[in-house]
Design a protein around this ligand. Structure first.
Ligand SMILES: Nc1ncnc2c1ncn2[C@@H]1O[C@H](COP(=O)(O)OP(=O)(O)OP(=O)(O)O)[C@@H](O)[C@H]1O
Ligand SMILES: [Mg+2]
Length: 509
């Protein structure tokens, strides 16, 4: 795939510091026209900081950036866009209250005599969305009404609305389901065939192997390897360049679960119009139940309804024999439910508050039960959890805002490790989490189960569902279409079920 592309972008010795953190400590990077250049590195290695330097959001302290042969400093993202560098950020930066079309053309609206040509803008947006395979997204809809995957597409449409020569994507697949990742790859191939360069960041090695040409590895803000072949470099080498050690990227063996498995959660006939229909399921103490399904299949909505963040139209949720009042998070938390939601920024984190606060503040009742008498205790407890999840930096006094994306995710999950959660609802728990920390997280989930906590888990990554769960539920278009023990299913079967529903409802294998 690697063409004889010219070097379009070259970074030499780039340094960027934040108070107390040397995020980039001498980075080298070279990107060629028409290639997919992958950036690999652990959570906090500096990947997002690097692309923010490239896109004009951060100024480097020192070092040089050469773009198309010229040294450049972009003073803001618009300047970078004008020069032909478009970026899709890890934390999407759309204006929620504007429409899809307004977001796509924000800052470069087609105008005549100073007036925005709305109709042209909408038409061009429709065209770009169609090219992205998502013609169904209405250009006039407010962005806040879209699901995460839809927002991602809008963000891509915005990048394509510029005549970009370099497209930077920071974990674009993190919010996408399996078939949408294939769609994304199709788009990337079209772009690179036109000579556009792509910088692609992902923690999923199999994606990098599928779409990537060359790999640059960052560790602690430095380039530890460059010009590696994406397809041929052995996984063990990639991982050891990232981490400085070797990690078994496998699912840890299950610690023996308690033999006595009392039923903990019973969901019966739960429905919400337009989201999911007649869902019944159970989770026993110490059991891990995984839900596989596409984005938009109703999985997240189901979890949120069980948690009481949404109110069911019909059906009941029972925890340890007691019915939960519908639409009441407080009651759910008091009954021992904990939830790590999908959209950590909007739903879960107080970004300006320190890490330990975010971990302990889940509810006051819980903290009271933990009996924190002092901030000191609170910090010590958070410290313990931070260590068990390999949080970096591990100083729990830092504001969450300054953490890298993957480390923020660890905080969201970490808060439920503190108290006496009986049932944990996890929506895409390893999204954006690097391979090393992912193994830690799996271990933590297993440990909780071994202690008798029930876990209901949603993941777009089928191997993760199969590797972690005792029992797998397959969800499609708002209905549970299959239940089986994880051992009875393989990845292809689950994918078939999820995508095409190739087996009839309820048909045993
Ligand atoms: N605005 C900021 N203020 C202070 N520190 C920051 C800020 N932004 C990033 N950092 C720190 O810089 C380092 C690099 O973070 P960065 O977000 O670039 O990591 P990353 O490689 O993108 O990780 P991830 O895979 O988790 O997204 C981290 O230690 C992070 O805590
Ligand atoms: Mg990042």
């Amino acid at each position: 795939m690697t063409g004889p592309g010219d070097v379009v972008l070259r970074l030499t010795d780039v340094v960027k510091t934040f108070p107390g953190v040397r995020a980039l400590d001498g980075v080298q990077l070279e990107v060629r026209a028409g290639e997919v250049h992958c950036l690999l590195g652990q959570n906090g290695a500096g990947k997002s900081t690097l692309i923010k330097v490239l896109s004009g959001l951060h100024r480097p302290d020192s070092g040089t950036v050469e773009w198309l042969g010229q040294p450049v400093t972009f003073s803001n993202p618009q300047a970078a866009m004008k020069a032909g560098i478009a970026t899709i950020y890890q934390e999407l930066d759309l204006v929620e209250d504007l429409t899809v079309a307004e977001n796509v053309f924000l800052g470069h609206e087609p105008k005549v005599a100073g007036f925005v040509r709305r109709r042209a803008m909408v038409a061009r947006t429709t065209g770009i969305l169609g090219r992205l395979g998502h013609g169904e997204i209405p250009p006039r809809r407010a962005v806040h009404r879209l699901q995460a995957a839809g927002k991602q597409i809008v963000s891509m449409a915005r990048a394509l609305s510029h005549e970009a020569r370099l497209l930077i994507m920071d974990e674009p697949s993190a919010v996408l389901a399996h078939d949408e990742v294939e769609n994304l790859f199709r788009i990337i191939r079209e772009l690179t065939a036109q000579g556009i360069a792509v910088v692609y960041i992902s923690h999923r090695l199999e994606e990098i192997r599928t779409i990537g040409d060359r790999v640059t590895v960052l560790k602690d803000g430095r380039t530890t390897a460059a010009d590696l072949s994406a397809a041929e470099t052995p996984t063990s080498e990639l991982v050891s360049r990232m981490t400085g050690r070797t990690i078994e990227y496998v699912f840890p063996p299950r610690v023996a679960a308690p033999a006595e498995r009392a039923e903990l959660l019973a969901v019966d006939g739960l429905s919400r119009a337009g989201e999911f229909t007649d869902v019944s399921l159970t989770v026993a103490a110490g059991e891990i139940v995984g839900i596989a399904g596409l984005v938009g299949s109703g999985r997240s909505e189901l979890l949120e309804t069980i948690y009481g963040a949404r109110r069911a139209d019909t059906g009941t949720v029972t925890v340890a024999g007691r019915r939960l009042p519908p639409g009441n998070v407080g009651a759910a938390v008091r009954a021992g439910l904990g939830m790590a939601p999908e959209e950590r920024k909007s739903q879960a984190l107080l970004l300006g508050e320190p890490i330990y606060r975010n971990m302990t503040l889940s509810t006051f009742t819980r903290i009271a039960r933990l009996g924190f008498t002092s901030a000191r205790r609170e910090r010590d407890e958070a410290d313990r959890v931070a260590r068990s999840l390999d949080l970096r930096p591990s100083d729990v006094g830092r504001p969450v805002r300054t953490l890298s994306g993957g480390n923020q995710q660890k905080v969201v999950v970490g808060r439920w490790l503190l108290g006496d959660t009986r049932l944990l609802l996890l929506d895409e728990p390893t999204r954006g989490v690097d391979v090393g920390a992912r193994a830690e997280l799996y271990r933590v989930i297993h440990r909780l189960a071994a202690e008798g906590v029930g876990v209901l888990l949603v993941s777009s990554e089928v191997p993760e569902v199969l590797g972690l769960a005792d029992r797998v539920l397959v969800m499609r278009e708002g209905r549970l279409i299959r239940t089986a023990s994880a051992g009875e299913l393989d990845e292809d079967t689950v994918l078939d079920l999820v995508m095409a529903g190739s087996l009839m409802e309820g048909t045993p294998i």
